[in-house]
Ligand binder design. Structure first.
Ligand SMILES: Cc1cc2nc3c(=O)[nH]c(=O)nc-3n(C[C@H](O)[C@H](O)[C@H](O)COP(=O)(O)O)c2cc1C
Length: 329
């Protein structure tokens, strides 16, 4: 797949996820084979007012590339200015505009999913952004605002007419938030009505599902979000399945905790130990998902304040699991 002048080595894309897709996790996702990694959304106003936290979120490690950096906003002037900043001052490859965030704090400012009600606005804003920057501009959208306002095809065509280089479509409406199931028939309709690449998104939880979505719905790429939380193997196993047709085994507890600690060490480099360990608590719980007897280790994670404490806790758990498995076998 090609997005503007950027070639992806495979169609497996890590979804943008706020509070998750910082350089620490993105680099792991890249090392696990994703063709493209997306950064968490950054506020256009935060960039313009040079908010320290927002500017830090624009950091891209060379090893993560190709990378898509997502901005959100509801007003033309600030959105275009933020896109120009990202264009000039970051080494991201793609500028993505968020048209899917369902959170009221965002939609109240006419940003995120609010755009979905107005294809004309989408055209104007995307065209203005495309004109102002060198990097390819893409859009990530939901299929519509609610069941009565599903303008996915019109909205996607507006993006294409405005010069957008690709579209990612999450098959839910804003009102659905994360409830119900993603509607892939509408994603297919979008694909059939535009000629720029369409990346399908929503509820892909196994490599087999990813392949099925590519084949059955004809999309150019598959975007994987929640299934990759604490589970970058989902990305690797999907790439392997698409390329070689083989389903690799799930990782064992030790392998999972090794990557969990690599993730933590990278977060520490980025944010310092105290913040990183607290942030890592939710990730560690995700890494533990699917492993046996995690009840007490899960509770204890939330008391951890140091790297070494976290490491000791997780590897003590691994040893218990390994002992248990030896007894069984
Ligand atoms: C924790 C979390 C944070 C998210 N943050 C963003 C975001 O910053 N920008 C965005 O476009 N979508 C965001 N999303 C939506 C995902 O990119 C994706 O569209 C959604 O999770 C559906 O895909 P999935 O079923 O593979 O998880 C977020 C989702 C989650 C779970």
């Amino acid at each position: 797949m090609k997005i503007g002048n950027i070639t992806l080595k495979n169609p497996v894309v890590l979804a943008p996820m706020a509070g998750v897709c910082n350089p620490a996790f993105r680099l792991i996702a890249k090392e696990f084979g994703s063709g493209l990694v997306c950064a968490e959304m950054v506020s256009d106003k935060g960039i313009l007012f040079e908010n320290e936290r927002s500017l830090k979120m624009l950091y891209v490690d060379e090893r993560e590339k190709p990378l898509s950096l997502q901005i959100f906003g509801g007003e033309r002037e600030s959105l275009v200015a933020a896109a120009k900043y990202v264009d000039k001052h970051t080494n991201a490859d793609i500028i993505d505009i968020n048209m899917g965030c369902p959170v009221p704090k965002i939609t109240k400012c006419d940003a995120g999913a609010k755009w979905l009600l107005d294809p004309d606005k989408i055209y104007e804003m995307v065209a203005a952004t495309v004109d102002a920057v060198q990097k390819p501009v893409t859009v990530k959208m939901r299929i519509g605002w609610d069941e009565d306002h599903i303008y996915a095809v019109k909205n996607a065509q507006a993006v294409e007419r405005a010069g957008g280089a690709a579209i990612a479509v999450h098959g839910r409406t804003r009102v659905q938030m994360y409830e119900g199931t993603a509607n892939w028939d509408i994603i297919k309709e979008v694909k059939q009505n535009v000629s720029i690449p369409v990346i399908g998104n929503g509820d892909i939880s196994t490599p087999q599902e990813a392949k099925e979505r590519l084949e059955k719905y004809g999309v150019d790429g598959v975007m994987i979000g929640r299934a990759a939380l604490g589970n970058p193997w989902m990305l690797y196993r999907t790439v392997q399945y698409l390329e070689k047709g083989e389903i690799l085994p799930e990782p064992d507890a030790r392998e999972k905790m090794n990557i969990c600690m690599l993730h933590l060490d990278r977060l520490i480099e980025l944010k310092g130990e105290s913040v990183a360990v607290r942030e890592m608590r939710k990730h560690a719980a995700w890494y533990l998902k699917g492993l046996p007897k995690t009840g007490s280790v899960r509770n204890e994670i939330n008391q951890m304040t140091t790297r070494d404490g976290m490491s000791k806790l997780l590897f003590n758990y691994v040893e218990q699991v390994e002992e248990l498995q030896q007894k069984i076998s």
